[in-house]
Design a protein around this ligand. Structure first.
Ligand code: RBF
Length: 158
């Protein structure tokens, strides 16, 4: 098969029959709100119905892996998009949380045999996060990519 544009969706997916969980952290709420809105917008564009999009929140990014596991158990969703925004501070917290969360999310996919999207921004500055949430002029909202990724990852491997 020909190589398509990197990062671009390879075909049209119809999300009519899939159920998606969005679990978001509440730290850095302005950025989080934009990312969640972007993910929902894209899910709806791909035909996922509003009642099949379940949104829950947890305090911070560190809670995302456990919360994601619970989203599958509680709501029987096909895929979860854990959304968080970590911004580097002056201590080592950032490194520990980024490492723990990314490792656990990756492992959880194999434990549960379910796709989990990596909706966590790990930024060195707030400006980087604002850019990636589409909140600075001309910048793209990564939440939209995560919505598209979620639909593809469910339907491609059915
Ligand atoms: N949670 C986030 O989602 N993003 C952050 O940037 C973030 N920075 C934190 C920095 C410090 C120093 C601490 C103590 C916590 C931070 N958290 C952050 C919260 C963390 O993910 C978690 O909710 C708490 O540590 C409780 O387990």
């Amino acid at each position: 098969m020909a190589v398509k544009g990197l990062g671009k969706i390879d075909q049209t997916y119809d999300g009519k029959h899939i159920k998606v969980g969005i679990l978001h952290a509440r730290w850095n709420s302005k950025i989080i709100n934009a990312l969640v809105d972007g993910a929902i917008k894209k899910l709806k564009e791909l035909n996922v119905s509003e009642e099949n999009i379940i949104v829950e929140s947890i305090p911070g990014a560190y809670e995302l892996p456990f919360g994601t596991k619970k989203m599958f158990e509680k709501y029987n969703v096909d895929v979860v998009i854990p959304i968080g925004c970590l911004i580097k501070g002056s201590t080592m917290h950032f490194e520990y949380i980024c490492d723990a969360v990314s490792t656990q999310i990756m492992q959880l996919q194999f434990q549960l045999n379910k796709p989990i999207i990596f909706g966590v921004l790990t930024c060195l500055t707030e400006e980087q996060a604002l850019e990636r949430a589409g909140l600075l002029p001309g910048m793209h909202n990564h939440g939209e990519d995560w919505g598209a990724c979620a639909v593809e990852m469910v339907l491609k491997w059915k």
